[in-house]
Ligand binder design. Structure first.
Ligand code: AFD
Ligand code: MN
Ligand code: MN
Length: 402
């Protein structure tokens, strides 16, 4: 690695900010049950505290995505929540309305055949826009669980029309009341809908975002793809169309597994970042993507899992910055297939731990944030403190394994 490539990687790391998910710090589980962690966050302030810990360890996580129903108490002044975040060294990032857990959404939210359910979803989302504007957020991140479980259950056409009409209204209200904010349209192939999901893939999300207008873009959740899907191809197409809004980072082996990024396929992560760097090389333009984590764990300690994901994202992003774009273009022009592939593999196989350590040293950050967290005793201290707080609140959770 010569000085020029190291400088290139350092510049890439300087720009690479990763937003943390508030829900990633609290106890969650699978549909088969939750396994509690004593150190897990219970309150919104706990989540902000934990995000602040991750940001201080990594230096690249200044914002936290919030879930409206889980992080704001009814009637609470959103500015007070923003102040609480600031107290812990982070700012509120993307606003996630919740149109999937209320009983009313049994047959869908914006796509429901029940007009009242559609209205409830719209009212909640309009409230979320007010909230986002009040806290100075830049993104409204929409994920719907809408879909059906059986052939014939509902009209796919009617659902598409109602959905498009609703999202156009949301985008129009944002353009008026929340200038500069972006509507992120997230897709997911299945779950909880097991026959069809109304926003099932990148194409449907693209159509919907396009129908909304200039302030809507597609959100790629790296876990929301069917097995063997070529995600970097989708990323390249959306980038080239200026329709990629950002990412939810996690990894998958089978479905929406929400595993830590790169734990299953680090080369896939590298290839996604390679397409972003290639786009910036080709166009000279930074697409200003919203890089966000979306993971939740009950086996790995939550804080460790979050720092691991951020460390992995930085590692792969730095590697992708090392690709010799000129040599790659030359090999592609000569149709030198092995030569082109070797340019990519040279960067992917570069051990960037020392480079990352140097970048971190330059920012007064620990060389290895995961090791620093594990040696710090923070998790043990939080386990004690939060167990005592739960007890004082009379909260009984049926104990926890560790
Ligand atoms: C679930 C959904 C989706 C959404 C996230 C936060 O699958 O990824 O972005 O919850 O609401 O993981
Ligand atoms: Mn997601
Ligand atoms: Mn998901």
């Amino acid at each position: 690695m010569n000085d020029r490539t190291i400088r290139q990687a350092f510049q890439a790391l300087d720009q690479f900010k990763i937003e943390l998910p508030s829900w990633g710090f609290a106890d969650t589980g699978t549909r088969f049950g939750k396994f509690f962690q004593d150190a897990a966050a219970s309150t919104t302030e706990d989540k902000f505290h934990d995000a602040g810990v991750v940001h201080r360890l990594t230096g690249c996580c200044p914002t936290i995505a919030v879930h409206v129903l889980w992080d704001f108490a009814p009637g609470q002044n959103p500015k007070d929540v923003a102040k609480l975040a600031k107290k812990h060294g982070v700012k509120i990032g993307a606003i996630n309305p919740n149109v999937f857990q209320d009983q009313e959404y049994k047959f869908g939210s914006f796509c429901s055949p029940n007009a009242r359910a559609r209205k409830t979803a719209m009212d909640h989302t309009l409230d979320s826009i007010e909230l986002g504007q009040a806290v100075g957020s830049q993104f409204l991140s929409m994920w719907l669980a809408d879909g059906t479980n059986y052939p014939g259950q509902d009209s796919i056409y009617r659902r598409k029309h109602d959905l498009t009409e609703a999202f156009r209204k949301i985008a129009a209200v944002m353009a008026k009341k929340w200038k500069g904010a972006t509507l992120l349209v997230e897709y997911k192939p299945f779950e909880p809908g097991f026959y069809h999901t109304d926003i099932q893939d990148w194409g449907m999300a693209y159509l919907l975002a396009k129908a909304c207008g200039k302030n809507a873009k597609v959100l790629v959740d790296t876990g929301h793809h069917l097995p063997n899907c070529n995600i970097e191809h989708i990323v390249a197409i959306l980038l080239d169309e200026n329709m990629l809004g950002g990412f939810h980072f996690n990894d998958r082996k089978y479905a929406d597994d929400d595993l830590t990024l790169g734990s299953i396929d680090p080369y896939a992560v590298f290839r996604i970042f390679d397409q972003i760097h290639q786009h910036m090389f080709d166009t000279g333009r930074d697409p200003k993507l919203a890089y966000m984590v979306d993971q939740s764990h009950n086996l790995k300690p939550k804080l460790e899992a979050m720092v691991q994901t951020v460390d992995e994202a930085q590692k792969q992003f730095a590697r992708a910055a090392l690709v010799d774009r000129k040599a790659l273009a030359m090999a592609q022009k000569r149709m030198d297939v092995v030569g082109a592939e070797r340019v990519l593999r040279d960067a992917f196989e570069t051990d960037v731990r020392d480079l990352l350590a140097d970048w971190r040293a330059g920012h007064d950050l620990p060389m290895d944030p995961v090791e620093e967290l594990r040696a710090s005793g923070i998790i043990e201290q939080l386990s004690k403190q939060r167990s005592a707080e739960r007890k004082a609140r009379g909260e009984v959770r049926g104990g926890s394994f560790a």
